[in-house]
Design a protein around this ligand. Structure first.
Ligand SMILES: [Zn+2]
Length: 230
């Protein structure tokens, strides 16, 4: 898949942007605008299924050009892929693909994450993929990475629909969305708690400053009483 096609296919899930927008947008322009609007150090997490699904040019542009912390989460290590240049297959091939990905991240400046999903080979649908993968476990891994990396923006390389082709691709799109929704719900609930806590603090701070004023007034009255007594 070419870079241009990937950018069209990728879905950008914005967790925090100016005015705390929660939106689902598409395309490199939307991603550029979302990144430019971040008022803190930006973190963008890209999620795909295999070691060669990521868009390294986009990750490099974000990390080197926009000073954004980037990471790629590959659900698998590519254990089930074809090896055109050697005899290694299965776990050995997965180790080679892992090393290749780590080397790619050293070049583009991003971090690399994986889940426990094993690349068992081609599957036609998400349902077929879930007969090999325990959904709860893989989702837990994705959510753990999202919680640890705390991205403001998640780029789902795939749409989570049959048009992605490979069942692994479909699942990576679906899990990216599910992890995004969980994170957004968590962020919203934290924000609500912070607002509630802030009001409580303001009230107690007002009450404290009131009692401080009363203490000062009382000290001042005592002082004037002393002065008048003198
Ligand atoms: Zn793939």
């Amino acid at each position: 898949m070419t870079r241009a096609m990937r950018l069209v296919a990728a879905t950008i899930l914005v967790l925090a942007a100016p005015r705390l927008l929660s939106a689902q947008e598409r395309g490199a322009v939307a991603l550029g605008e979302a990144v430019a609007g971040l008022d803190v150090t930006g973190r963008v997490l890209m999620i795909g299924a295999h070691p060669d699904d990521e868009d390294t040019q986009l990750l490099t542009w974000l990390a080197r050009g926009k000073n954004v912390e980037t990471a790629y989460l590959s659900l698998t290590r590519g254990d089930g892929g074809q090896n055109l240049i050697g005899n290694e297959l299965g776990p050995l091939l997965g180790m080679i693909r892992t090393e290749e990905l780590l080397a790619a991240r050293r070049l583009d400046g991003g971090r690399q994450f994986f889940t426990r999903a094993y690349d068992f080979g081609f599957s036609k649908t998400a349902e077929e993929t879930y007969t090999h993968w325990a959904k709860d476990s893989i989702l837990r891994d994705v959510v753990t990475v999202v919680r640890a990396f705390r991205p403001q923006i998640i780029v789902a390389v795939f749409s989570g629909t049959p048009r992605d082709g490979h069942g692994h691709h479909q699942v990576s799109g679906l899990l990216a969305r599910e992890a995004f929704m969980r994170r957004r719900t968590r962020c919203a609930s934290h924000a609500r708690r912070r607002v509630g806590w802030g009001r409580g603090r303001r009230r107690s701070s007002t009450a404290r400053s009131g009692s401080t004023r009363r203490r000062r007034r009382s000290r001042s009255m005592s002082a004037s009483s002393v002065r008048s007594a003198e």
